[in-house]
Design a protein around this ligand. Structure first.
Ligand code: HEM
Length: 156
């Protein structure tokens, strides 16, 4: 079963994981420019042969598609096989974590996330210590003249 999501506009979104399993004859999906195509019924019709399409099955074929220099007719043909968009995680705060999450969604190793999160904590801790050091310095400086006059009055 595909883990596809439908937005308000009725567009379906697929992750790379969803697309990856459609990599066989009679069930071939491709990604071209972040759009997902079900080209199962096109394999035999492809002027460049079905082999090249099967090789790209379940994957991002943007580069191979562009390398061939397909005609505008070929680009128009694509539309009839369109089934949805590649799911991309929206960017908000914490760019380290989100970029790692996106990599994870796109099927690249997720272990990077842990490193990125610990880097965020490390960055937070360093900033916190920096603020603490500045505050201590501020209060120390504020109290110094006071200590000095105290010493002077003690001597007198
Ligand atoms: C669903 C996506 C695709 C469509 C609709 C499509 C369509 C076409 C069409 C109509 C042609 C005839 C030449 C032209 O009009 O440009 C063609 C040729 C060709 N296509 Fe595709 N194609 C697709 C994907 C791919 C991919 C992913 C590859 C990857 C290698 C590829 C490789 C080729 C090759 C090698 C030729 C032969 C070029 C030649 O003989 O000069 N195609 N394709």
């Amino acid at each position: 079963m595909d883990n596809d999501k439908t937005s308000d506009g009725g567009v379906k979104f697929y992750t790379l994981e969803d697309v990856r399993v459609h990599n066989m004859i009679n069930d071939t999906w491709l990604i071209i420019h972040d759009k997902v195509y079900d080209i199962s019924k096109f394999l035999e019709e492809h002027p460049g042969g079905e082999e090249v399409l099967l090789e790209q099955g379940g994957a991002d074929a943007t580069e191979s598609f562009e390398d061939v220099g397909h005609s505008s007719d070929a680009r128009e043909m694509l539309q009839q096989y369109y089934i949805g968009e590649l799911h991309v995680v929206r960017k908000v705060h914490f760019p380290h974590v989100l970029s790692a999450k996106k990599k994870c969604d796109l099927g690249v190793t997720c272990s990077l996330i842990k490193n990125d999160i610990s880097f965020s904590y490390f960055y937070f801790a360093v900033s916190f210590l920096h603020v603490l050091a500045n505050l201590s310095h501020f209060f120390l400086m504020k109290n110094l003249p006071h200590t000095h006059t105290q010493k002077k009055s003690m001597i007198a």
